[in-house]
Design a protein around this ligand. Structure first.
Ligand SMILES: Cc1ncc(COP(=O)(O)O)c(C=O)c1O
Length: 421
């Protein structure tokens, strides 16, 4: 059976050593100009650009495969189902999940967290219990737990960070109490760049019988994940941040937990049988996928992962580490620039403020120079409060960025300095 979607091993040719110009050529949008200048895209942490491989897969899906999935007895529906399930298998492989059944399609990281809070959380958390998060979480890994705790009369506890934006790991043991029902922690912080020691957090939590949810939204775009090695119980990602389409993401959950959890939403697809008296539910992952799913999204995410699988990841990691080091050194030369987030282990994300210039003004002047960065609180207001700033400017890098991009950012910041002298 053909899915019309290229199979693993058929994406752009294997590239060793890493050739950033060839990678850039795979991303059509990077060829755009902005304000009359070649675009420098430094906002991948908000959303990534898409390789042609993904765009073509979605295009081909609609031209050759479009039908509803898991329903039709006719060939077209079977082919659409195969393409959808191929996407699941691809992402299961990227995450190192033991089985595609443990991979649930959702809208993104936000929905994955809400799903677990509404199902696992509602079932396991009672009055007086605790949910432990950290001081560097994205709002999407704060608010759903806050809502759950309010509903249940439970307590939300927050593991603090230091001035570099690193977790106070030495305090973790004290924060894991007899009442802790779940730890939910970000793998890589979107506003600070900090990469957290997930294995150690999981080890300590599991030693006390506490499951761990990992928000992988900012980690997965920087290389394949191994959920079995991390031994985390849940792992969430957003497709749009890892070169796939918007509106699709994944919740990985260990089978025993997903089996135990009640459904998130009711409707078609997620049932085994329905009468007015009683409904029985489909096995995982279908139990959590009510209604017609985002088929195009699954196909596109599968294609993104197919693309990523072809890359020489140690070389990509070296390239991204070089960009981070080079950008940190270059930006450090700008008078009055202060970094927010200087952890030892960082993803290629640089948040900063400039004395006397509001971050939004930095963003506006940089935009005039064709440089796209994010400014604001990055959905991490508690992080801004901790560092005593209302907002930061954030340059986030990905495999398709270059040292030239850093040079353009630096030139733009010198322009900011001139404008606000
Ligand atoms: C660390 C982190 N967690 C969660 C999210 C939410 O992702 P989404 O909006 O794709 O659901 C983001 C998005 O910026 C993020 O950076």
């Amino acid at each position: 059976m053909t899915t019309g979607v290229e199979r693993p091993g058929t994406a752009a040719a294997v590239r060793t050593p890493f050739d950033v110009e060839r990678v850039r050529a795979d991303f059509p949008l990077l060829g755009r100009s902005m304000r009359g200048k070649a675009l420098v895209y430094l906002d991948t942490a908000a959303s990534s650009q898409k390789p042609r491989h993904v765009i073509d897969a979605i295009h081909r899906y609609y031209e050759t495969l479009n039908a509803n999935v898991h329903r039709g007895v006719y060939q077209l529906s079977e082919e659409a189902t195969a393409a959808y399930e191929w996407g699941r298998a691809m992402i299961a492989r990227y995450l190192g999940a033991p089985s595609p059944a443990e991979v649930v399609f959702v809208r993104g990281t936000t929905e994955a967290i809400n799903l677990v809070a509404s199902t696992f959380g509602r079932r396991r958390v009672a009055a007086g219990d605790e949910v432990l998060i950290t001081a560097m979480e994205h709002h999407s890994n704060i608010v759903p737990w806050q809502m759950l705790c309010e509903e249940k009369g439970a307590r939300l506890r927050v593991l603090p960070i230091n001035d570099r934006g690193e977790l106070l790991l030495e305090e973790l043991a004290a924060f894991l109490s007899r009442r802790t029902k779940l730890v939910s922690v970000v793998h890589a912080s979107n506003s600070l760049g900090t990469i957290n020691p997930i294995k150690e957090i999981v080890r300590q939590a599991h030693a006390r019988g506490v499951p761990v949810f990992v928000d992988g939204a900012q980690a997965a775009p920087h290389g394949p994940v191994d959920v079995q090695d991390l031994d985390c119980d849940f792992y969430a990602i957003s497709g749009h941040k890892m070169f796939g389409p918007t509106g699709i993401g994944v919740l990985f959950g260990k089978r025993a937990l997903l089996d135990e959890m009640p459904p998130y939403q009711g409707g078609g697809e997620m049932i085994r049988s329905v009468t007015f008296e009683k409904t029985t539910f489909a096995p995982i992952p279908m139990k959590f996928e009510a209604g017609t799913p985002n088929i195009e999204g699954a196909v596109g995410l599968g294609a993104a992962v197919d693309y990523l699988h072809q890359l020489d990841w140690p070389a990509v990691a070296a390239h991204e580490a070089d960009l981070l080091a080079y950008a940190t050194a270059q930006l450090g030369t700008v008078p009055g620039l202060r970094f927010v987030g200087t952890a030892e282990h960082k993803a290629p994300v640089i948040s900063f403020v400039l004395d006397g210039v509001h971050p939004h003004d930095i963003g506006t002047v940089l935009d005039q120079e064709g440089v796209a960065v994010r400014t604001g609180h990055h959905c991490t207001q508690p992080v801004m409060d901790f560092f005593g700033v209302p907002a930061t400017a954030r340059a986030s890098f990905a495999l398709y960025n270059t040292r030239d991009d850093v040079d353009r950012l630096l030139a733009g910041l010198r322009q900011v300095r001139k404008v606000f002298a």
